[in-house]
Design a protein around this ligand. Structure first.
Ligand code: PLP
Length: 372
């Protein structure tokens, strides 16, 4: 069988072997419903609390302020259902754009960075003392990997007494998140972006906030998200977070080496390639690029046939390629159907535990790109 090379880690990270082992241990243990009072129920509750502690340690949050959900998407929907006025950036993930239904959109510049002056002026314009406004900006963009100035965004929002949410699905495991150093009110996370199984996410909130649930029932997760907990998913998320947290600073030097290696090669042999967000701060694992005359879907299919699993920046859930609203928002309308994303493992720990990408393979990928 042909050896396919997976370079789509921003879509999902393969289940870590340590996480898989922790799931098998959990399955072997027996029936686990954390709502039961007996021995098995208490064991289930313990598993959830250990996961909560591991995740809270990774981001320096209060462990009591984490609600588990089925995904980051659900966590975002839960939060947004509590607000009427939500201000978002133009490059947010569809989970934010669609669930906020917002027409308060903050533009970005050509590098994909939120326009801070626009944000401040906009808030000044719509600010009304007693109105509950949420400002929601992602930490790291899933297509470009560009890192937003979240601290500055929070400081501006606070001037107008707005609450703040950050979609950190693509930041977790890639950059240091320390909620002690940043006054965010809400953060949302996704387990499968750090090597946990799909189907588990979290909403992290600060002490002062009341959240009205969307899902009602047995009162799980402090009444904020009913339904018997996904103990396997939560256990996997907690274990992946523990592994990420073993080093205080997220180490991405090898990942960065690989990303920069392919970027340099491609620029050398295909100088007409546009690299999005190249001049600004990006996470180490992501490369979004386009060739002016080559549609992204065609590039994707050709690279797939050459054994490289990459992604279009704009693939939607049906597998169809649509125009990238991120590329458009950065002012490259004419390239919005052309972007292709290569995403390496988020950090060196995951790269080393998968051990699957060599510079020879990247040479071949650069060659395939130039032959498109
Ligand atoms: N936000 C961003 C930036 C993402 O990249 C994703 C997933 O691709 C999500 C939110 C949604 O995460 P989940 O798959 O857990 O719903």
């Amino acid at each position: 069988m042909k050896n396919q090379i997976y370079l789509d880690h921003n879509a999902t990270v393969p289940l870590l072997k340590e996480v898989k082992k922790s799931l098998i241990d959990c399955m072997d243990f027996g029936p686990l419903n954390a709502s039961s009072i007996h021995y098995y129920g208490r064991k289930g509750k313990d598993i959830i609390e250990v996961a909560r502690a591991n995740i809270s340690q990774l981001i320096n949050a209060n462990k009591n302020n984490i609600i588990f959900t089925s995904s980051a998407t659900e966590a975002i929907n839960l939060l947004f259902s509590n607000f009427e006025t939500i201000i978002v950036s133009s490059i947010e993930h569809l989970a934010v754009l669609y669930s906020s239904k917002s027409d308060h959109i903050i533009p970005v510049n050509q590098d994909g960075i939120v326009d801070l002056n626009f944000l401040e002026l906009y808030l000044k314009k719509i600010f009304k003392n007693n109105k509950k406004i949420l400002v929601s900006v992602m930490w790291v963009n899933n297509e470009t990997g560009v890192i937003q100035p979240i601290k500055d965004i929070v400081n501006i929002a606070k001037k107008f007494q707005c609450l703040t949410h950050c979609d950190a699905a693509q930041a977790l495991g890639k950059i240091n998140i320390n909620l002690d150093e940043i006054e965010l009110d809400f953060l949302t996370l996704s387990g499968h972006k750090i090597g946990a199984p799909t189907g588990v996410g979290a909403l992290v909130y600060n002490n002062k906030t009341n959240i009205t649930p969307q899902i009602l029932g047995g009162g799980q997760e402090k009444g904020m998200r009913a339904g018997t907990e996904n103990i396997l998913g939560i256990r996997g998320f907690g274990e992946a977070a523990r592994l990420m947290g073993m080093r205080k600073e997220t180490n991405c030097s090898q990942v960065k080496f690989l990303r920069d290696f392919i970027q340099k090669k491609i620029k050398k042999i295909s100088p007409e390639t546009i690299i999005f967000g190249e001049k600004t701060k990006r996470v180490a694992n992501t490369l979004l690029m386009a060739l002016p005359k080559i549609p992204g879907d065609l590039a994707l299919m050709k690279l797939d046939l050459e054994s490289f699993s990459v992604s279009s920046g704009s693939a939607c859930s049906s597998g169809k390629i649509s125009q990238s609203h991120v590329v458009s928002a950065m002012g490259y309308d004419e390239l919005a159907s052309n972007s292709v994303r290569i995403s390496f493992p988020p950090n060196d720990f995951i790269l080393n535990s998968e051990n699957l990408i060599t510079t020879q393979e990247l040479d071949k990928l650069a060659q395939s790109w130039s032959n498109l």
